[in-house]
Write a protein that binds this ligand. Structure first.
Ligand code: SF4
Length: 247
Protein backbone atom coordinates (compact mmCIF):
# COMPACT_ATOMS: atom_id res chain seq x y z
CA UNK A 1 0.00 0.00 0.00
CA UNK A 2 1.36 3.40 -1.00
CA UNK A 3 1.13 6.54 1.14
CA UNK A 4 1.04 10.05 -0.30
CA UNK A 5 1.36 13.66 0.75
CA UNK A 6 -1.98 15.30 0.03
CA UNK A 7 -2.57 18.94 0.92
CA UNK A 8 -6.37 19.00 0.58
CA UNK A 9 -9.40 17.30 -0.96
CA UNK A 10 -12.69 19.02 -1.66
CA UNK A 11 -15.54 19.39 -4.15
CA UNK A 12 -15.71 22.61 -6.16
CA UNK A 13 -16.10 24.30 -9.54
CA UNK A 14 -13.16 24.14 -11.89
CA UNK A 15 -12.07 27.74 -12.39
CA UNK A 16 -9.54 27.54 -15.20
CA UNK A 17 -8.65 25.74 -18.39
CA UNK A 18 -10.84 23.82 -20.79
CA UNK A 19 -13.06 22.34 -18.05
CA UNK A 20 -13.97 25.72 -16.53
CA UNK A 21 -17.37 25.54 -14.83
CA UNK A 22 -17.35 21.76 -14.36
CA UNK A 23 -17.96 20.30 -10.91
CA UNK A 24 -14.92 18.36 -9.80
CA UNK A 25 -13.41 16.58 -6.85
CA UNK A 26 -10.03 18.23 -6.27
CA UNK A 27 -7.15 16.17 -4.94
CA UNK A 28 -4.24 18.54 -4.34
CA UNK A 29 -0.97 16.70 -3.89
CA UNK A 30 1.87 18.40 -2.02
CA UNK A 31 5.31 19.02 -3.43
CA UNK A 32 6.50 20.58 -6.68
CA UNK A 33 9.69 20.37 -8.74
CA UNK A 34 9.34 23.98 -9.95
CA UNK A 35 9.21 27.36 -8.22
CA UNK A 36 7.09 29.67 -10.39
CA UNK A 37 7.15 33.30 -9.38
CA UNK A 38 3.36 33.62 -9.67
CA UNK A 39 2.50 30.35 -7.86
CA UNK A 40 -0.92 30.73 -6.19
CA UNK A 41 -0.62 27.53 -4.13
CA UNK A 42 2.72 27.98 -2.34
CA UNK A 43 1.64 25.46 0.34
CA UNK A 44 1.65 22.79 -2.33
CA UNK A 45 5.33 23.29 -3.10
CA UNK A 46 6.47 21.47 0.02
CA UNK A 47 5.49 18.24 1.74
CA UNK A 48 2.77 18.67 4.34
CA UNK A 49 2.39 17.03 7.75
CA UNK A 50 -1.40 17.15 7.58
CA UNK A 51 -4.19 17.00 5.06
CA UNK A 52 -7.52 18.84 5.14
CA UNK A 53 -10.50 17.00 3.75
CA UNK A 54 -13.97 18.38 3.12
CA UNK A 55 -16.48 16.35 5.14
CA UNK A 56 -19.29 16.56 2.54
CA UNK A 57 -19.12 17.83 -1.06
CA UNK A 58 -19.34 21.64 -1.14
CA UNK A 59 -19.94 21.95 2.63
CA UNK A 60 -16.66 23.84 3.24
CA UNK A 61 -16.39 21.98 6.54
CA UNK A 62 -12.99 20.36 6.74
CA UNK A 63 -11.45 17.72 8.94
CA UNK A 64 -7.69 17.68 9.39
CA UNK A 65 -5.96 14.31 9.18
CA UNK A 66 -2.34 13.49 9.87
CA UNK A 67 -0.32 12.81 6.73
CA UNK A 68 0.74 10.98 4.74
CA UNK A 69 -2.51 9.33 3.67
CA UNK A 70 -2.84 5.79 2.34
CA UNK A 71 -4.11 5.34 -1.20
CA UNK A 72 -7.05 3.32 0.19
CA UNK A 73 -8.06 6.14 2.57
CA UNK A 74 -7.68 8.78 -0.16
CA UNK A 75 -9.80 6.70 -2.55
CA UNK A 76 -12.49 6.43 0.13
CA UNK A 77 -12.62 10.23 0.51
CA UNK A 78 -12.76 10.69 -3.27
CA UNK A 79 -15.73 8.32 -3.40
CA UNK A 80 -17.56 10.26 -0.65
CA UNK A 81 -16.84 13.61 -2.33
CA UNK A 82 -18.19 12.22 -5.62
CA UNK A 83 -21.72 12.02 -4.22
CA UNK A 84 -22.86 15.12 -6.18
CA UNK A 85 -22.04 13.61 -9.57
CA UNK A 86 -18.90 15.50 -10.53
CA UNK A 87 -17.70 15.72 -14.11
CA UNK A 88 -14.26 14.49 -13.06
CA UNK A 89 -11.61 14.10 -10.40
CA UNK A 90 -8.85 16.68 -10.72
CA UNK A 91 -5.45 15.45 -9.58
CA UNK A 92 -3.60 18.70 -9.07
CA UNK A 93 -0.84 20.22 -6.98
CA UNK A 94 1.90 21.10 -6.60
CA UNK A 95 2.99 18.57 -9.16
CA UNK A 96 1.00 15.31 -8.85
CA UNK A 97 3.49 13.36 -10.98
CA UNK A 98 6.17 13.78 -8.30
CA UNK A 99 4.34 11.04 -6.34
CA UNK A 100 3.95 8.67 -9.26
CA UNK A 101 3.66 5.35 -7.40
CA UNK A 102 1.05 6.74 -5.00
CA UNK A 103 -0.86 8.44 -7.81
CA UNK A 104 -0.88 5.19 -9.79
CA UNK A 105 -2.37 3.18 -6.94
CA UNK A 106 -4.91 5.92 -6.22
CA UNK A 107 -5.97 6.05 -9.87
CA UNK A 108 -6.32 2.26 -9.93
CA UNK A 109 -8.50 2.38 -6.83
CA UNK A 110 -10.92 4.96 -8.32
CA UNK A 111 -10.95 3.53 -11.85
CA UNK A 112 -14.47 2.16 -11.51
CA UNK A 113 -15.99 5.49 -10.42
CA UNK A 114 -18.06 6.75 -13.39
CA UNK A 115 -16.29 10.11 -13.59
CA UNK A 116 -13.34 11.40 -15.62
CA UNK A 117 -9.80 11.23 -14.30
CA UNK A 118 -8.10 14.54 -15.05
CA UNK A 119 -4.45 15.44 -14.43
CA UNK A 120 -3.30 19.05 -13.97
CA UNK A 121 0.45 19.13 -14.40
CA UNK A 122 3.35 21.49 -15.03
CA UNK A 123 4.27 19.34 -18.04
CA UNK A 124 7.88 18.52 -17.19
CA UNK A 125 8.01 14.92 -15.83
CA UNK A 126 7.53 12.79 -18.94
CA UNK A 127 8.77 9.44 -17.58
CA UNK A 128 6.41 9.75 -14.61
CA UNK A 129 3.49 10.54 -16.91
CA UNK A 130 4.20 7.42 -18.97
CA UNK A 131 3.63 5.30 -15.86
CA UNK A 132 0.08 6.56 -15.22
CA UNK A 133 -1.22 7.80 -18.57
CA UNK A 134 -3.26 4.66 -19.27
CA UNK A 135 -5.33 5.44 -16.14
CA UNK A 136 -6.17 9.04 -17.17
CA UNK A 137 -8.87 10.48 -19.40
CA UNK A 138 -7.72 14.07 -19.78
CA UNK A 139 -4.56 16.10 -19.23
CA UNK A 140 -4.16 19.84 -18.77
CA UNK A 141 -0.47 20.75 -18.98
CA UNK A 142 1.37 24.03 -18.56
CA UNK A 143 3.99 25.51 -20.80
CA UNK A 144 6.06 27.83 -18.61
CA UNK A 145 7.22 31.01 -20.34
CA UNK A 146 10.64 32.16 -19.07
CA UNK A 147 9.52 35.83 -19.02
CA UNK A 148 6.67 35.00 -16.62
CA UNK A 149 7.82 32.02 -14.57
CA UNK A 150 11.57 32.81 -14.61
CA UNK A 151 12.32 29.24 -15.75
CA UNK A 152 13.20 27.52 -19.01
CA UNK A 153 11.57 24.13 -19.64
CA UNK A 154 11.24 23.97 -23.45
CA UNK A 155 12.92 20.56 -23.84
CA UNK A 156 10.90 19.04 -21.00
CA UNK A 157 7.65 20.42 -22.44
CA UNK A 158 8.46 19.06 -25.92
CA UNK A 159 8.99 15.52 -24.56
CA UNK A 160 5.90 15.75 -22.37
CA UNK A 161 3.62 16.87 -25.22
CA UNK A 162 4.60 13.85 -27.30
CA UNK A 163 3.45 11.43 -24.58
CA UNK A 164 0.47 13.44 -23.29
CA UNK A 165 -1.14 13.65 -26.74
CA UNK A 166 -2.29 10.02 -26.32
CA UNK A 167 -5.15 11.42 -24.21
CA UNK A 168 -7.50 14.36 -24.48
CA UNK A 169 -5.05 17.23 -23.95
CA UNK A 170 -4.94 21.00 -23.65
CA UNK A 171 -2.11 23.39 -22.86
CA UNK A 172 -2.27 26.37 -20.51
CA UNK A 173 0.10 29.33 -20.70
CA UNK A 174 0.03 32.03 -18.00
CA UNK A 175 0.65 35.48 -19.46
CA UNK A 176 1.41 38.73 -17.65
CA UNK A 177 2.37 42.31 -18.51
CA UNK A 178 5.95 41.00 -18.71
CA UNK A 179 5.19 38.31 -21.29
CA UNK A 180 7.36 38.27 -24.40
CA UNK A 181 5.33 37.58 -27.56
CA UNK A 182 8.15 35.56 -29.14
CA UNK A 183 7.95 33.11 -26.22
CA UNK A 184 4.21 32.64 -26.81
CA UNK A 185 4.96 31.91 -30.47
CA UNK A 186 7.61 29.37 -29.41
CA UNK A 187 4.98 27.68 -27.24
CA UNK A 188 2.52 27.61 -30.15
CA UNK A 189 5.18 26.15 -32.45
CA UNK A 190 5.98 23.47 -29.89
CA UNK A 191 2.30 22.46 -29.78
CA UNK A 192 1.94 22.62 -33.58
CA UNK A 193 4.85 20.16 -33.95
CA UNK A 194 2.59 17.62 -32.21
CA UNK A 195 -0.91 18.63 -33.36
CA UNK A 196 -2.18 22.08 -34.30
CA UNK A 197 -5.66 21.16 -33.00
CA UNK A 198 -4.51 20.85 -29.35
CA UNK A 199 -6.32 23.72 -27.56
CA UNK A 200 -4.11 26.46 -26.12
CA UNK A 201 -5.51 28.41 -23.16
CA UNK A 202 -3.98 31.84 -22.52
CA UNK A 203 -4.54 32.58 -18.84
CA UNK A 204 -3.96 36.21 -17.80
CA UNK A 205 -2.06 36.11 -14.52
CA UNK A 206 -4.21 37.00 -11.50
CA UNK A 207 -2.44 39.96 -9.84
CA UNK A 208 -1.47 39.00 -6.28
CA UNK A 209 -1.10 42.65 -5.21
CA UNK A 210 -2.31 46.06 -6.51
CA UNK A 211 1.14 46.88 -7.93
CA UNK A 212 1.27 43.74 -10.08
CA UNK A 213 -0.14 44.27 -13.56
CA UNK A 214 -2.03 41.83 -15.72
CA UNK A 215 -1.69 41.95 -19.49
CA UNK A 216 -3.18 44.88 -21.43
CA UNK A 217 -6.62 43.95 -22.96
CA UNK A 218 -5.74 45.22 -26.45
CA UNK A 219 -2.45 43.30 -26.31
CA UNK A 220 -4.36 40.11 -25.40
CA UNK A 221 -6.51 40.48 -28.52
CA UNK A 222 -3.44 40.91 -30.72
CA UNK A 223 -1.69 37.96 -29.08
CA UNK A 224 -4.65 35.63 -29.59
CA UNK A 225 -4.86 36.66 -33.26
CA UNK A 226 -1.14 36.03 -33.74
CA UNK A 227 -1.28 32.57 -32.18
CA UNK A 228 -4.31 31.58 -34.25
CA UNK A 229 -1.92 31.59 -37.21
CA UNK A 230 -0.23 28.55 -35.66
CA UNK A 231 -3.06 26.72 -33.87
CA UNK A 232 -6.76 26.19 -34.57
CA UNK A 233 -8.05 26.66 -31.00
CA UNK A 234 -6.62 29.49 -28.88
CA UNK A 235 -8.79 30.69 -25.98
CA UNK A 236 -8.36 33.38 -23.34
CA UNK A 237 -9.70 32.23 -19.96
CA UNK A 238 -8.85 33.96 -16.65
CA UNK A 239 -8.95 32.22 -13.27
CA UNK A 240 -12.72 32.39 -12.77
CA UNK A 241 -12.71 30.77 -9.30
CA UNK A 242 -10.85 33.80 -7.94
CA UNK A 243 -13.64 36.26 -8.75
CA UNK A 244 -16.38 33.74 -7.87
CA UNK A 245 -14.88 33.33 -4.40
CA UNK A 246 -14.49 29.56 -4.89
CA UNK A 247 -11.58 27.50 -3.64
S1 SF4 B 1 4.31 24.35 -11.23
FE1 SF4 B 1 2.38 25.01 -10.24
S2 SF4 B 1 2.56 24.38 -8.08
FE2 SF4 B 1 4.62 24.28 -9.00
S3 SF4 B 1 5.53 26.26 -8.49
FE3 SF4 B 1 4.64 26.44 -10.55
S4 SF4 B 1 2.55 27.24 -10.21
FE4 SF4 B 1 3.31 26.48 -8.22
Amino acid sequence: MMYGNILEMFSSIQGEGLLVGCRQVFVRLAGCNLRCRYCDTPGSQTDQQSCRIETAPGSRNFQTLAGPLSAAAAAGHITSLSAVRPHSISFTGGEPLLQTAFLKELLQRVQTLPVGKYLETNGTLTDNLAEVISLLDMIGMDIKLPSVSQMTCWAEHRDFLRVARQKSLFVKVVVSAATVVEECIMAAELIREVDQAIPLILQPVTPSNPREKGPDPAWMLRLQAQLLRYLTDVRVIPQTHKFMGQL
